[in-house]
Design a protein around this ligand. Structure first.
Ligand SMILES: Cc1cc2nc3c(=O)[nH]c(=O)nc-3n(C[C@H](O)[C@H](O)[C@H](O)COP(=O)(O)OP(=O)(O)OC[C@H]3O[C@@H](n4cnc5c(N)ncnc54)[C@H](O)[C@@H]3O)c2cc1C
Length: 475
């Protein structure tokens, strides 16, 4: 059944899609959001269970873009709280402060390893004076910045746990984007000397967060969109995008009731880029489909525990580098906001980085819960098995676009194809296949809306700000 033409259709009710819909709604443009899930927020949604609230991995809000910050403040108002940041790395059966503090790192690693770290660091810096090394992979990049021993001690295991491939197969671009600001010199200086720039220090030590969880950003945006007489349609999946003469004409929607076709004037997509090219009708050329197939994502599982204890840790994030423990990161929602758990009880979110269809992904829920409790009890000593009152598992496909060596060439092929449509824009994180944080995702959404309103913005320029990553890097 065909439906009346809508001016703008947005695929995906995450922060990106809802920022587009909100901006369009404010400017009286007829907009429909199609969200295949039962809840808005996408990867940054908050799940409620018996009075406990869980993000899909801890999400802190950080931005250097005044417009995005204004939007965040506008939609959340007095829901915003400031959270003190305190993280640790677990490695070699010890906890290290993160960002690294020299005294703590030195004591933890022992004198021999510390001496090797300093020696290797001096060596790469001295070598760099007369020969510029070729930097291709993440391993090259980190070794060149920090020296081989620090790479092995602090980067290799965790990075390989997150990505599931060797560091010499990850593109240096990822490291350059994400850990650019982390230099040993800066880490040591920051630990020993008070920062000259108080603002930067504050942004690293504290962050903004919605009192009831990160999903409140999207929930508030969706409420406002609907309040301005536009629609956020839940449980509606875009399954085909029809086009003609370089323009998208309509979207086929599966709604669990036989589906319908929605004619669109403008289409903004935050669905996975690789999935979008596969549903284009007529079909995309074979080489584009092949390029899309070769772009992989890393997937995520969270195992969420409800615990009969008022508090489990005093930390915001705990990074588990130890390869003997399968889970990669932990956070205790109550340490982000007391409203995330009822009085006298607490909870933990543990993250498993994995591949959809792989060994961890395929484990059944109870086996994952048992493994998590055993590691938390027997190895990490955070809780005792009998303190766990309830547990559940969430599987999150496509959490991280993978910057594997050579991905840029293949991505360009896909982007060139998609950019050939005059009324189609791609936004967000997996929507653009870019390692975007929430603020970048929101910004891409806002810019797409403004392009529809007649302005001219290059969305691909979002998230190229060097300074942003220098401040955000210590995460
Ligand atoms: C573990 C983890 C921790 C993170 N921590 C932080 C952090 O601390 N700070 C930060 O700023 N960012 C963080 N991020 C990044 C943040 O989650 C993303 O930037 C943001 O959620 C992306 O928003 P989006 O709208 O592009 O995509 P999503 O949030 O993925 O939303 C896309 C939506 O599209 C829907 N959809 C997909 N396909 C279709 C279809 N065919 N039809 C209809 N709907 C569809 C999905 O159901 C989803 O709701 C983190 C990400 C992860 C995975």
């Amino acid at each position: 059944m065909a439906e009346k033409k809508t001016s703008a259709c947005v695929i995906g009710g995450g922060p990106a899609g809802l920022s587009t819909a909100y901006t369009l709604s404010q400017n009286d443009i007829d907009t429909v959001v199609l969200e295949m899930g039962t809840q808005v927020g996408g990867i940054s949604r908050t799940i409620e269970r018996n009075g406990f609230r869980f993000d899909l991995g801890g999400h802190r809000f950080f931005t250097k873009d005044p417009e995005v910050e204004d939007l965040f403040r506008e939609v959340l108002g007095d829901e915003i709280i400031w959270v003190d940041r305190s993280s640790k790395i677990y490695y070699h059966n010890k906890y290290f402060d993160y960002p690294l503090k020299p005294a703590n790192a030195l004591l933890g690693m022992g004198l021999g390893t510390t001496a090797r770290c300093i020696f290797d660091y001096g060596l790469v810096k001295a070598r760099g004076l007369y020969r510029k090394p070729e930097i291709v992979s993440l391993e090259d990049w980190v070794t060149n910045e920090f020296g081989g021993e620090l790479f092995r001690q602090f980067f290799k295991d965790y990075t390989e746990k997150v990505w599931g491939i060797d560091c010499d197969r990850i593109d240096a671009e990822w490291a350059a984007q994400r850990i650019k600001g982390l230099s040993l010199r800066v880490a040591i200086k920051d630990a020993l000397l008070p920062s000259k720039n108080g603002k930067v220090k504050t942004l690293i030590d504290k962050f903004m967060y919605p009192r009831l969880g990160i999903g409140r950003i999207s929930e508030n945006l969706a409420e406002r969109v609907e309040g301005m007489d536009n629609e956020v349609r839940m449980g509606q999946k875009a399954v085909a995008v029809n086009h003609e003469g370089g323009r998208v004409t309509s979207v086929e929607v599966a709604d669990g009731k036989g589906g319908y076709s929605l004619e669109v004037g403008e289409l903004v997509s935050s669905m996975p880029l690789t999935g979008l090219v596969k549903v284009m009708r007529p079909q995309a050329p074979d080489d584009v489909l092949e390029a899309a197939d070769s772009l992989r994502y890393r997937d995520l599982i969270t195992v969420n525990l409800i615990v009969d204890k008022p508090q489990i840790t005093d930390l915001t994030w705990i990074y588990i580098h130890d390869p003997a423990i399968t889970l990669g990161r932990i956070h205790e929602p109550k340490n982000w906001s007391p409203a995330m758990a009822p009085e006298g009880k607490s909870s933990l979110v543990t993250e498993y980085f994995c591949f959809e269809g792989g060994e961890v992904w395929e484990m059944d829920d109870q086996a994952l819960i048992d493994l998590t409790i055993e590691d938390l009890d027997q190895r990490l000593h955070f809780l005792r098995k009998q303190e766990v009152m309830d547990a559940f598992v969430v599987r999150i496909p496509k959490a991280y676009p993978m910057y594997e060596l050579g991905y840029e060439r293949r991505l360009k092929k896909v982007l060139d194809y998609v950019n050939g449509f005059t009324n189609l824009q791609i936004i967000g994180r997996y929507g653009t296949y870019k390692y975007n944080n929430m603020d970048h995702s929101m910004k891409t959404g806002m810019l797409a809306a403004r392009n529809i309103m007649g302005e001219s913005h290059d969305i691909s320029q979002v998230n190229l700000d060097k300074e942003y990553h220098e401040e955000k890097a210590a995460e």
